[in-house]
Design a protein around this ligand. Structure first.
Ligand SMILES: C[S@@+](CC[C@H](N)C(=O)[O-])C[C@H]1O[C@@H](n2cnc3c(N)ncnc32)[C@H](O)[C@@H]1O
Length: 242
């Protein structure tokens, strides 16, 4: 009577396999599921992630306008916030002047300048020929313009500054427009947040400075340093190649 032994062994083996798998599944399900902080989420290999949720370009623009057009906020930006922010921007620009990356003769552009505090700062440190662009104009310092399609000819500026890279829905286009409108040898200064998530109106999240630098195809890095600029922690300076 040896015949029934094999099916019996097989049956026992399959049963123990089934119970082990069930036990493992149970243990796995009992593990608490921790939420991963956004900056720890490894996104794509480029270290730059476009936020989901913008169903069209119009919906992106509308979201940006919702904040920028807020009358109460605009009043605060132009009064209570004004001097404090102009002073901080001025100190950044003074450093750049001392490094000969900016001069009084530099034709300058501030991208996403809102009510124009950074433009005012440039003028205060002696850079007279300065203007800002934003979706909402704020005369006389800021004219209307979308940074994905700058309203300027090629090779216009000696210096471009921006602290709104995170608001670009098309980062490649944002950078290409800077490289298009900068003169050969012109300087681009971007202040970005690497260590923490930028604000809820941002359109992208940046996780590495390399991902930003990679977007520049016609420029070389001059320097990168840590800064403390209204929630932004890294300043990247590039020069457009001759
Ligand atoms: C965080 S605010 C920064 C304002 C200013 N640079 C400052 O530090 O006070 C972002 C600005 O980017 C502007 N912005 C967003 N998308 C834009 C676009 N596609 N073209 C131009 N400006 C844009 C918004 O209107 C807003 O004024």
């Amino acid at each position: 009577m040896t015949l029934p032994t094999k099916p019996l062994v097989l049956k026992r083996f399959l049963l123990s396999l089934f119970f082990s798998a069930a036990l493992l599944l149970l243990l796995f399900l009992r593990q608490p599921h921790k939420s991963v902080p956004i900056r720890d989420r490894k996104t794509d290999s480029d270290g730059l992630k476009i936020r989901r949720g913008y169903t069209s370009y119009d919906s992106y623009i509308q979201r940006q306008l919702n904040k920028t057009l807020n009358p109460k906020l605009r009043q605060i930006w132009k009064t209570r916030d004004w001097d404090r922010k102009v002073l901080v921007f001025s100190s950044f620009f003074q450093v750049l002047k001392s490094e000969k990356l900016l001069s009084n003769a530099s034709r300058s552009l501030c991208i996403g300048a809102r009510v124009g505090q950074e433009v005012e700062a440039l003028k205060r440190v002696g850079v007279a020929d300065s203007v800002g662009i934003d979706l909402v104009p704020c005369p006389p310092l800021v004219i209307k313009g979308d940074f994905h399609n700058q309203p300027f000819r090629n090779d216009t500026f000696d210096f471009e500054f921006s602290n709104v890279f995170d608001h670009a829905l098309y980062p490649q286009r944002f950078v290409a427009e800077i490289e298009r409108t900068l003169k050969p040898g012109g300087i681009c200064v971007l202040q970005v947040a690497l260590l923490k998530r930028a604000d809820k109106y941002s359109a992208n999240d940046l996780y590495s400075v390399e991902a930003l630098v990679k977007l520049f195809t016609r420029s070389e890095v001059v320097r990168i340093r840590k800064v403390d600029g209204f929630g932004l922690d890294t300043e990247v300076v590039l020069r457009k190649k001759m």
